[in-house]
Design a protein around this ligand. Structure first.
Ligand code: PFF
Length: 465
């Protein structure tokens, strides 16, 4: 079934889907995981996973979307009535992610302003970030980001999402490459007198480090890489099903999948080249951390040590981070809007307005989770977190492996892989990795997803004591 709205062609679709995939995960999680997990060892494992499991999950979601022409809930229902429940669970993931993604966008906006107005010394102080998020005023930045997202989704698939992605993605790629090259030229003297260069930092990133490598550690690195891959490709949350449903039947899906994989992995890899050398040069590897700590505490410190160049690089870095977050945030809202339109037979504009009001409130609540609504909860992985971490844990760590597990059983064993292969080969297109696809979806995905799911329940953590 062909929809009335959709992407105009392959390029618009690939940029929008890559826009969803390239997000803060590429910038603040991938480089950290690589630095922590033996550099090149992690890179190699990740690459193998992208080309196998990642390729399978992305192909599956996009093919389901295009073949059924529907978003998650009705897509699964139209495959097998009894499997509608999987559509509903899948739909819940973006519903949860949307409550906090704009909050992070708001934090980025604050740092753009700090660098733009030359307040580099403030941006680089250790407690600036925690003071900012624990001040109720920070909520305005997040609400602004949410409004911006709503505005673009309100414009529709072609005039809103496609148009914005076609502008943002090339600019983002250009900025990432530019900063990465600049990072390699850096040089500084460490407190112990040792001279550190950007190229040394690059080596830390690229060289496989096998010291202390055991089978257990190797498996742990693989699990880390796997869960990063999920989040990074935006799969198993219905987003790529929705985007798939907007793709024209004559577009070569297989080629598109490769292009999205290359862009997402390319930006993640370059983010490492951009971030690890400067952190190594100015702070030493102890300065490497994951998540908000890396982006909002360590990096501003690094930028501050670069002088005037740092002010410019810092500004460009946070603009590119905002771009990455915006195209991802758009995709999350879009998939919710699309499901809502199908459930209630509603018009886009009305659906967007209603959902925007709901999510402005939700964003406000989560943003205030560090001040007015402060809570501290123990999560099954042994960390403690606030409202944002709880939402993130439920949606990403817990629900996504579960959804992939069920979805690979449905496609691998009930619909059979041929169902997806037919869609990939529609119109005589070539699907060269089809044998690989069939083997992985049937045998590998269910096992890997089951292990990841067990891990998310905290079982391994409990076993370790
Ligand atoms: N794939 C994005 C990233 O790597 O940051 C994040 C993301 C986007 C996650 C959209 C979830 C989502 F629904």
């Amino acid at each position: 079934m062909e929809k009335k709205t959709g992407f105009t062609g392959q390029l618009g679709f690939v940029f929008a889907a890559a826009g969803s995939a390239v997000g803060v995960g590429n910038l603040w999680r991938f480089p950290y995981l690589a630095a922590k997990n033996g550099g090149g060892v992690f890179l190699l494992i990740y690459l193998v996973l992208v080309l196998t499991v990642g390729f399978v999950l992305l192909t599956t979601d996009l093919a389901i979307g295009r073949k059924t022409g529907k978003s998650a809930i009705y897509a699964y229902e139209s495959m097998r009535k009894k499997w509608k429940f999987l559509g509903i669970i899948t739909f819940i993931v973006p519903v949860l992610i949307m409550t906090y993604y704009a909050v992070i966008g708001g934090w980025i906006v604050n740092y753009i302003i700090l660098f733009l107005t030359g307040k580099v010394d403030i941006a680089s102080q250790s407690d600036t970030f925690s003071n900012f998020i624990s001040s109720p005023n920070s909520v305005w930045f997040s609400l602004f980001f949410m409004l911006l997202t709503s505005f673009i989704v309100y414009g529709g698939v072609e005039k809103g999402i496609e148009r914005v992605s076609k502008f943002i993605m090339p600019v983002l790629l250009f900025m990432v490459v530019g900063i990465a090259i600049y990072s390699l030229t850096l040089k500084a003297t460490a407190p112990n007198g040792e001279i550190r260069t950007g190229i040394d930092g690059l080596m830390v990133y690229l060289k496989p480090d096998f010291t202390g490598m055991t089978v257990g550690r190797f498996l742990q690195i693989s699990l880390d890489a796997m869960s990063q891959l999920f989040f990074s490709l935006s799969v198993s949350m219905g987003i790529m099903i929705t985007y798939g449903s907007y793709v024209r039947k004559d577009v070569d899906l297989s080629k598109s999948v490769s292009m999205i994989e290359i862009m997402d992995t390319g930006v993640a890899f370059l983010a490492g080249v951009m971030i690890i050398p400067p952190v190594f040069v100015f702070l030493g590897l102890e300065g490497m951390s994951a998540g908000p700590g890396l982006m909002f505490i360590s990096l501003p410190k690094v930028f501050a040590q670069m002088g005037l160049g740092g002010r410019i690089i810092g500004f460009v870095f946070f603009v590119l981070a905002a771009f990455a977050a915006l195209t991802s945030c758009i995709s999350v809202l879009e998939s919710i809007v699309a499901n809502y339109m199908e459930i209630l037979n509603a018009q886009r504009k009305r659906a967007t307005v209603v959902l925007s009001i709901v999510y402005l409130i939700a964003t406000g609540v989560i943003a205030l989770g560090y001040s007015t609504f402060y809570v501290e909860v123990n999560l099954p992985n042994g960390t403690t977190g606030q409202l944002l971490d709880i939402m993130d844990y439920i949606s990403n760590s817990f629900m996504m492996p579960f959804i992939s597990l069920l979805s690979s059983i449905l496609i691998g064993w009930i619909m059979t892989p041929q169902w997806v292969i037919d869609e990939m080969e529609r119109g005589g297109k070539k699907f060269s990795r089809k044998r690989l696809y069939a083997v992985i979806i049937k045998y590998f995905c269910p096992v890997i997803m089951f292990i990841l799911f067990l891990q998310s329940t905290g079982v391994f953590y409990l076993l370790k004591g």
